[in-house]
Ligand binder design. Sequence first.
Ligand SMILES: Cc1ncc(COP(=O)(O)O)c(C=O)c1O
Length: 398
Amino acid sequence: MFQVTEKMKKIPFEGGIREVLAAAEKMEREGRKIIHFEIGRPDYDSPMEAKKAAAEAVMGDYVHYSPIPGLRELCEGIAEWEGKKKGKTFNPDNQIIVTCGAVEAEMVSFVALTDPGDEVLILTPCFPAYMDQVVLAGAVPVTVPVNLGESYAIDFDRLEKAVTPKTRMIIFNSPNNPTGATISEEDLDRLCEFIVKHDLIAISDECYEEFLYEGTPLNILSRPGMEERTILANAFSKPFSMTGWRVGYAITPPHYYKYLCKVHQLFTTSTCTFSQKGAVEALKSGQSQTKRMIEDFGKRRDVVLEALERCEGIACNRPKGAFYVFPSIEKLGMTALEFCSIMLEKEGVALVPGDAFGLEKHVRIAYTCPVEAVREGMERFVRCYNQLYSSKEKEGSK
Ligand SMILES: Cc1ncc(COP(=O)(O)O)c(C=O)c1O
């Protein structure tokens, strides 16, 4: 009889984002109007030019495998785009690998660059897949919480204590899912010194790089010693609202290129060829939509933050990027799951409990719906939160 493998026993199957979405969709089928604050993807359409290019490609000859690292023109486009942003020259021949989303760029890196039992440091709260990916790769995830509160400050004492002779890699993500926070320039300097000192490989997940409302983008490659040890993971998914196309990429130092390519080949052979053609076009003509979208998301963020100020006793850092806000609901004296269930049942607002991202007593608000819906959802949030808060206060004073 089939016996569950040890690695699958370590991977949770419940308590995640997909379940909240399923419960919300069921309520919608039953006629309830739901505000979706649980979905981590932009609500915008993909750029029309990209759609046309992909349609033409599929009607034409782009229906076969592409080269393993991706279509040459896409690798060149990515090298040029990222090179401009980072002030670097990337070689499309031995640094760019087009993957099925950022998630595959990360999985490929974990598989190719760790041996069984190697440890991977993960700054939390974080995108939930990291932990499971590391386990699937046969390595060991070691989570290191950051200090939330006003800023997303890395706790360097904790980080030092987490290092063992088996520590091989570290992954982090700024702007961050689920907090929307960014790593400060000072913390980035110290983090890079730490990485070099311990001779680690870094994965910088830059999926939300474009979604920055304050401050300057992270440039990890500008720090001494980082170019030869950093993999940049990114995707067309969020900035071009192309989550379903499954086009992402890894930018790697040349010495890791053939290993990452090999694993990518073994997982997928190559990324969908006509999706890649669409991505080429998105780079050429989709950037004005990205700009508009991000301006709009900035307004949504302000609506969320203004509403949270009306919640008594709620604690929340001011997110500088991504499209998430991650307040603490600790003062309500209930679990995040209990709070999310009440919000969904009573107010029809779908949120994700912070536990899914490695932090209890917090909830993630994804402002991935039009600003009017964000406003409506936050009115409901404030009403429900304040009612629960005042009942708790009354109970406390009895
Ligand atoms: C931080 C982070 N990394 C990676 C991903 C996965 O991106 P993709 O859909 O491009 O695989 C997500 C998706 O939500 C994310 O939030």
